[in-house]
Ligand binder design. Sequence first.
Ligand code: NAD
Length: 350
Amino acid sequence: MKFLVTGGAGFIGSAVCRHLIRNTAHSVVNLDKLTYAANLASLEPISNDPRYSFAKLDIRDREAVGELLRVEEIDVVMHLAAESHVDRSIDGPGEFIGTNVVGTFDLLEAARGYWTKLSGERRAAFRFHHVSTDEVYGDLPLDGGLFTEDTAYAPSSPYSASKAASDHLAMAWHHTYGMPVVLSNCSNNYGPYHFPEKLIPLMILNGLEGKDLPVYGKGENVRDWLYVEDHARALEMIATRGEVGRSYNVGGRNERSNLDVVHDICDALDKLAPRKDGKSRREQITFVADRPGHDLRYAIDATRLETELGWQAQETFATGLEKTVAWFLENEEWWRPLRERYSGKRLGQT
Ligand code: NAD
């Protein structure tokens, strides 16, 4: 099959492109506008593969996207393009509405125009997979409960509200126009090629450089972490075998408080790249004023994905984190230019 991956130059999109090219026989057209969050260097491992190509386009350019769908004879649209950083959505929500809500509407319309004209097997096989976040569900108390696919939406931030709106649009295009849409909502991702302003890479790189490790509030907020390559495998399964009109939660059952995550990073760094003075990097931790509207806890019940599609996370948080820290230690040429451009501008929490 031929996939159109939107946002394929971002963190998760590039992992999806690498996964599809390395581990499957599918072809990939990567459509990306190349915002600040994009990095074509993340595609270098597959950029010469004849099954991979790149198109610099905005999802809001309906006409050009429709033309690309036709020329490339796309079978699956996997939609990841988005503004994705919660802190940026608090500072400037407009971009989030423009890309995540209006952009998803434009893409759905381009896809509907294309799908309507397909016939026979190609029409039956076509899928539009909208990729979303568990943040649409709002938050959970610290002492229990999990998000299931039946949890009511209650987004807190401009980011999660824009994603919630786009989820509703995607499902409405299925219910109203019969378009074959599948939806997935995933917990926090981490792994190689993660943009250096996000929590885990920021803490790894600040830790390495002897800088402060700034933690919001008391670091009690809990997130459910998933290694990005486990997410990429789940997305391929959902796009190709998921039931149309259904949503799938994706999560690794790896709940950690932010402070635990930072402690784990300090310990992994101390093991793989000890400080010259022999001290623990935990000494670099500082506590800063909390983010407004900071959700307390997210935790995913991924039973549907596990039982219906047979997906299992392959990494625990310990194994995935060690791989991630090792990757950042070995790939300074990837992160150094981004770090110099964006260092210190954000706290990097998710
Ligand atoms: P990212 O910010 O790393 O990448 C987003 C990509 O989208 C960038 O390459 C950017 O250039 C591109 N893009 C932005 N606006 C565009 C436009 N108008 N047209 C074309 N391309 C555009 O994001 P990510 O962390 O890889 O997240 C990808 C998707 O997965 C998002 O939809 C996000 O909501 C969702 N998600 C992310 C996480 C996470 O932990 N990062 C968890 C669950 C779901």
